[in-house]
Design a protein around this ligand. Sequence first.
Ligand code: ADP
Length: 169
Amino acid sequence: MIEIEVVQGDITKLAVDAIVNAANCSLLGGGGVDGAIHRAAGPDLLRACIPLNGCETGKAKITPGFKLPAKFVIHTPGPVYRDGQHGEPALLESCYKSCLALAEENDCETVAFPAISTGVYGYPWEEATEIAVRTVRNFPVQKVKKVIFCCFGTEMERIYREKVLGARI
Ligand code: ADP
């Protein structure tokens, strides 16, 4: 079974095989975690993203991590949340699955996820966390041994811990 860990902090600091970037469809950088990852990885990351020609919502593409302690960055555009009736849950689930599939293909054992779509894309935190934890738990892993949910802030950490451990901190 896959090991799940919840940590709080900056995903760019994690020395794992792959960190996931909550990107936008252009893959050319943005704010939030995307901006932080591009700043920490250095300009080579943008140079590597340009020829990828963007990415559809729910899909994922991989690049090296360049100056990051992580070997790879897996870029996935999450859905913009409207009202939950526009395919958002399936698209968010697809982000987690696409990233894990790419991690498997690239022999990654440790993968760290930010809370995809919960920033400017507006996904309600409880619902997004539920999808993240359920999808990771149900994914048929072969090579990925450990998933880290990297939470930005104590409130997000509390929600993740509650879902993962079924306990409040
Ligand atoms: P989205 O467009 O998918 O909503 P955001 O980057 O706006 O992406 O937010 C996604 C999540 O990443 C939010 O919960 C935000 O608080 C968090 N976040 C922002 N910066 C970092 C970081 N450096 N490390 C980890 N998580 C981060």
